[in-house]
Design a protein around this ligand. Structure first.
Ligand code: F0G
Length: 468
């Protein structure tokens, strides 16, 4: 038997399933038009394969559901809280743990307690809600990704790293007194699901210590980052993913975590802290806005699922199979002639739509056009990460500053789709790649001033010579 096949084998079998919808091409066309050509407005029951997000979309295990049945819903001091707290403490080592209902709630509570108006928050890349919450705290988010991140085809193993030279310059330059926080996102969701090396995290820790700046992790995908470190970084081959993750948490002064990803649950998050005063400030805010500090907006059954999920997510067999499944999808897609950001990460693949659809200008939103085509042809939903999401627009909703890349993210929910589902995704893409010229562009019809991609409405631009 091939070793490869053995390594790809998921260490679980399926016990509970739900049907997925299959619409006709006409029904999909009508559904997308009704949704204003924005896949965020589709109903889930109009979607065959949903790759919009890996957040809160995973399958739970029998052990998680069994634990959930034991959930203690006492208002304060519930048994489930102590189980969750002990699990998180063992994994992260932080003396103070605060539960929150999801990552962005943790960001708001943490930044309100940590950042002062006018301060700078430096990051390899802020996720969009993180960016928004830094700004809501009156501070300024600034991304300092490493130069390799901008070469989509480079096989550099750690394109999620922060640019250490740029970080050093900022910490020693004229703005040094403004720096209030360095926040490392592992893995780097904003830039191709690329991991951050332990060498990079260690160097950031040393710089932050020297310049007395707090260093935190946004660790939504801490287990996937740990797996990629074990595979790619010399010196970590004999470490377990859990040991690597614990070591990463140990380098930082604290963390904020969306547990909707590597918590293997539909909801949840946490803040981990070392500093007593910061903990007191965050706890007061948490109690006023999320819930008492032994539940933080979560039910006892959620805390139970999370405690068990945090054990399962660092199992090598699970991570190996998940990484292999994403890598296999990347291979199938690349063989079909569609480029993806290299090397493949784990939670998502990023399609290079700009390169696949050179007949569309950024003003016609090639990433969005590819995403819509995947829905029209195959009922597949995904998210654009290009000029529609990141570009600058004028009052007439015309694009004036294109994004650096026109990407589409295929996010892979955990333990949900089999390799056959993913083969189907690759086959739909392969058909588009055979005749990319038939993909038409889009124009914006209406757009809100904030968080555009959620609410924007568009219309297709008929191809030249078309009678549509
Ligand atoms: N940080 C990162 C790196 C994230 O990817 C997310 C969410 C958050 C923070 C916020 O967490 O959703 O629990 O409030 N990412 C999802 C995604 C939404 O699809 O990538 P949340």
């Amino acid at each position: 038997m091939s070793v490869d096949l053995h390594q790809m084998l998921p260490p679980y079998r399926i016990k509970v399933v739900e049907p997925i919808p299959f619409l006709s091409p006409q029904e999909r066309r009508a559904a997308l038009a009704e949704a204003g050509y924005n896949p965020f407005h589709l109903r889930a029951d109009q979607i065959t394969i949903d790759l919009l997000s890996d957040s809160g979309t995973g399958a739970t295990s029998a052990a998680q559901e069994a634990a959930a049945a034991l959930g203690d819903e006492s208002y304060a001091g519930a048994r489930s809280w102590f189980r969750f707290r002990d699990e998180v403490h063992d994994l992260t080592g932080y003396p103070h743990i605060l539960p929150v209902h999801q990552g962005r709630a943790g960001e708001r509570v943490l930044f309100t307690g940590l950042l002062k108006p006018g301060q700078l928050c430096l990051s390899n890349t802020h996720f969009d809600t993180t960016h928004a919450n830094v700004k809501l705290a009156g501070a300024e988010p600034r991304d300092l990704p490493c130069p390799a991140a901008f070469d989509l085809d480079s096989p550099d193993p750690f394109k999620g790293n922060i640019d250490l030279d740029a970080l050093t310059r900022t910490l020693t330059g004229p703005e040094r007194d403004r720096v209030g926080l360095v926040l490392m996102t592992i893995t780097n969701n904003g830039l191709g699901a690329q991991p951050v090396s332990m060498a990079n995290l260690t160097a950031v820790r040393d710089l932050c210590r020297r310049h007395e700046v707090p260093f935190f992790l946004d660790a939504a995908r801490f287990a996937e980052n740990a797996w990629l470190v074990g595979q790619r970084e010399p010196g970590y081959q004999d470490w377990t993913p859990r040991q690597i993750a614990t070591h990463a948490f140990g380098l930082a002064d604290g963390c904020v975590v969306s547990l909707k990803k590597d918590g293997l649950s539909a909801i949840g998050g946490l803040i981990g802290l070392r500093d007593d005063d910061l903990h007191a400030r965050c706890e007061a805010n948490l109690i006023a806005t999320e819930g008492f500090s032994t539940y933080g907006g979560l039910a006892g059954h959620d805390l139970e699922r999370l405690a068990q999920g945090l054990r399962e997510v660092v199992e090598p067999g699970y991570l190996r199979a998940r990484a292999a499944s994403t890598a296999r999808l990347a291979r199938l897609i690349n063989e079909a002639g569609v480029d993806t950001v290299q090397p493949a990460g784990i939670h998502a693949l990023y399609l290079n739509a700009g390169r696949l659809l050179p007949h569309l200008s950024p003003q016609e939103f090639p990433g969005h056009a590819l995403g819509c085509q995947l829905y029209l042809d195959g009922g597949i939903r995904c998210a654009e990460l290009g000029s529609l999401y990141l570009g600058g627009m004028d009052d007439q909703h015309r694009l004036v500053t294109p994004a650096p890349f026109e990407l589409v993210r295929l996010a892979i929910p955990r333990r949900v789709y089999t390799d056959t589902h993913l083969e189907y995704v690759a086959a739909v893409l392969a058909d588009i790649a055979k005749e990319p010229g038939r993909v038409s562009g889009y124009r914006v019809v209406s757009s809100p001033p904030l968080l555009r991609h959620f609410k924007v409405r568009l219309a297709p631009i008929p191809a030249a010579g078309s009678t549509d």
